[in-house]
Design a protein around this ligand. Structure first.
Ligand code: PGA
Length: 257
């Protein structure tokens, strides 16, 4: 199977952080995207910042962090992929563990959201990851493969733009990350699972690592086989640190493979 060279993808996940007064930070990040043009830079923002950011930035891509599986309807307090698209988002994070665990979203719900948002023309970043208990029991790879298969729509087509973010739940916000060999094994298993489901299309899908990524470990993480980019939470709130992560991705893309 031929391996396709992919542009590195660095995505900041601002979670429930940021006010309109944060727009200068978003502009700083947009300047980093302009400076390191070999990297695709994106920010998953709270709903309230999506449109102000989308009409301001020129280089970074703006997205959401969740949406409903329906295009519209009687769902008080929810938002659809179509609405995200309408206000300038071009992608959405789906299946983040903070939603799976904190909001009771199972993989069937995530799969329905994936289908709806892809139909709306948004790209989807599907998050998967194992718990500490699953890893300790030696079930990390099988549980992530199962979650991935259960969260992916059955009828994906080459027109659907998806990215997979591997985020071990125990690594998020903890300062702990898996060993490089564990990340390589997991990304290899995710790639193989995608090949089995999608054939050649699997080679074009970027696999991100997420969980306690920062400016000090980005370079090492990006040198791991099959890590095509990074999903960055806390460190993306500081434009200086996030810029350094983007710079590391640019440098990684220039290394001979
Ligand atoms: P973190 O979060 O970088 O703060 O660990 C990552 C995420 O939850 O996407």
């Amino acid at each position: 199977m031929t391996e396709t060279v992919k542009r590195p993808y660095v995505v900041g996940n601002w979670k429930m952080h940021g006010l309109l007064s944060s727009l200068p930070s978003i502009l700083d990040i947009d300047r980093a995207a302009a400076c390191y043009a070999g990297v695709d830079v994106a920010l998953a923002l709270p709903f309230t910042l999506i449109n102000p950011a989308a009409i301001t930035v020129e280089h970074a891509t703006i997205g959401g962090q969740n949406c409903h599986a329906a295009h519209e309807g009687a769902f008080t307090g929810d938002i659809s992929g179509r609405m995200l698209m309408d206000c300038g988002a071009r992608f959405v994070l789906l299946g983040h563990s903070e939603r799976r665990l904190g909001c009771g979203e199972d993989s069937a719900t995530v799969r329905a959201k994936m289908r709806a948002t892809l139909d709306d023309g948004l790209a989807a970043i599907l998050c998967v990851g194992e718990s500490a208990e699953q890893r300790d029991a030696g079930l990390a790879v099988t549980s992530v493969q199962e979650q991935l298969l259960a969260s992916l729509p059955e009828d994906l087509t080459p027109a659907d733009t998806i990215t997979i973010a591997y985020e071990p739940i125990w690594a998020i916000g903890s300062g702990s990350i898996p060993q490089p060999a564990e990340i390589a094994a997991m990304h290899g298993a995710i790639r193989q699972t995608l090949r089995n489901r999608l054939g050649q299309q699997a080679e074009t899908i970027r696999l991100l690592y997420g969980g306690s990524v920062h400016d000090g470990n980005a370079e090492a993480l990006l040198s791991i086989a099959d890590v095509d980019g990074l999903l960055v939470g806390n460190a993306s709130l500081d434009p200086r640190r996030f810029r350094a992560v983007v710079r590391a991705a640019q440098q990684a893309s220039l290394q001979p493979s």
